[in-house]
Ligand binder design. Structure first.
Ligand code: HMG
Length: 430
């Protein structure tokens, strides 16, 4: 077993519902090829009213943490840009739902899609200093742009949980990395808005420009070359973005390193390179999961690669609008396959329920009242955990079966909500 810092386990969860992007294209009067080929996306995950980033994150982490003792984790880090509270860290709910020790640090991290990577780097530093301890890092997001907007087909949702330790049975993360930050407005979501604002074309340009900056810094510090990497994982707002980024890096690597390839033109002969193809499989059907998306790509690569990747080096590009970015690499641990959740992940995606565009629109617009009353959420299919409703402005979470049973019968998305009692549901540690 390697004695270096890295990822000891990784698992993901998206929602139980999706929209087929061919049907969305029909509904919006768009050629379906634009979404399938132009964006490289087939479907997008949609959260029902009783899922949020907390339940997505806790459901992603549950199978993973069940392999560890509850008191092995010193920190639960929660990376999101879809937070449910301006003050309380989502990590507090997640630690509670997972039954982890209360002798634990908790924090929520934000910097658009990049926060998971800064979380990973902080967690690596922590375990290097405390080699017998572990950090649970959960990245969870719901991408929302608004009905009928150009960003709509790039929506999605998902969460990835990772255990960071000095005995990494999945991936040893290499140290140097190249990073870059700039104050720009390519994508942002003010506190008063439920949907992001985005300058889409500008954001894609920045993504590629920061790839160049971070790659240059990474190469300078590590001395590694493009050919030294067997696979690449890129942040995945939509899979075609990663294909473009990779083609840019592959075709222009010499000129990128020399700082000469700044034209913004795509290199000729764009096709899905086998060095990235397996990493795109999950994202094509879940859509963007912001902070989780790069690590959903890693999960997809590890789960779906026919070749044993043990000993192979993977390059990672993390981009978060606003913006900050990082390029780093890691080496897959020998025997990593026994740590994966391949069956569970495949079954989860296969068992999702398709929504009509009309039902998706209703789910998208659903809001619980915010007047402090008792409002249960309608009862849909969720992961292991469920957001059961609001009681006196407090969010109520619990095991899906227990909370659904209390709130049932199914009240429907437009239906009347029966009152729930905060005492009956899990609002705090007992
Ligand atoms: P758009 O303007 O509707 O699309 O929005 P378009 O006209 O640029 O078309 C998209 C592609 O489809 C183009 O390909 C078209 O040619 C092609 P390209 O020229 O770029 O290679 N196309 C077709 N292909 C086949 N058949 C057809 C057809 N028609 C057109 N019939 C945009 C696209 C991505 C801008 C929009 O969806 C958007 O704003 N999305 C959200 C922003 C985004 O995802 N940005 C990515 C980089 S920023 C990032 O990654 C950070 C982020 O994750 C947030 C965070 O950090 O938290 C977003």
């Amino acid at each position: 077993m390697a004695m270096a810092a890295g990822i000891d386990g990784i698992s993901f969860y998206s929602s139980q519902y999706f929209v087929d992007l061919r049907k969305l294209a029909d509904a919006r009067g768009v050629d379906p090829a634009k979404y399938a080929e132009g964006l490289g996306q087939l479907s997008m995950g949609v959260v029902p009213p009783d899922e949020d980033v907390i339940t997505l994150g806790a459901s992603a982490a549950a199978p993973l943490v069940s392999r560890y003792q509850a008191d092995e984790f010193d920190i639960v880090m929660f990376a999101t840009e879809s937070g449910v509270d301006e003050s309380k860290a989502g990590a507090i709910y997640i630690r509670h739902l997972l039954g982890l020790s209360r002798e634990c640090r908790v924090v929520e991290l934000k910097q658009a899609c990049y926060s998971s990577t800064v979380g990973l780097q902080l967690a690596l530093s922590y375990v290097r200093a405390h080699p017998n301890r572990k950090v649970l890092l959960v990245a969870s997001d719901i991408a929302r742009y608004g009905l009928g907007t150009p960003g709509e087909p790039t929506q999605g949702c998902g969460a990835v949980a990772m255990v960071v330790s000095m005995q990494p049975r999945v991936l040893v993360v290499d140290s140097p990395s190249g990073y870059y930050t700039e104050d720009v407005m390519d994508f942002w979501r003010p506190c008063y808005s439920n949907e992001a604002f985005v300058d889409g074309k500008f954001s894609a340009k920045l993504y590629l420009a920061t790839l160049e900056h971070t790659w240059n810094a990474y190469v300078r510090k590590s001395g590694l070359k493009f050919e030294d990497h067997d696979r690449f994982c890129y942040h995945l707002p939509f899979s075609r973005m990663a294909e473009k980024a990779h083609a840019r890096l592959a075709a222009g690597v010499g000129s990128i390193v020399n700082g000469a390839n700044r034209s913004g033109e795509d290199p000729p002969g764009l096709s899905v390179d086998p060095r990235i193809a397996d990493g795109l499989i999950y994202n094509r059907v879940t859509g963007n999961s912001y902070s989780a998306s790069l690590y959903l790509g890693l999960t997809s690569l590890l789960d779906n690669s026919r070749e044993d990747l043990g000993g192979k080096r993977i390059g990672f590009f993390s981009y978060g609008s606003g913006c900050s970015a990082e390029f780093y690499s890691g080496t897959v641990s020998t025997g990593y396959r026994s740590q994966l959740f391949v069956e569970e992940h495949h079954q989860h995606l296969q068992r999702r329920t398709e929504l009509s565009v009309i039902d998706y629109e209703k789910m998208f617009q659903f809001r619980l009242p915010t007047d402090g009353g008792n409002y249960p959420t309608p009862n849909y299919r969720t992961g292991r955990f469920r957001f059961a409703g609001l009681v006196n402005h407090k969010r109520i979470y619990g095991e899906a079966e227990a909370t659904a049973a209390r709130v049932s019968p199914h009240v429907g998305i437009n239906g009347a909500a029966a009152a729930i009692s905060g005492q009956e549901l899990r609002t705090h540690d007992r």
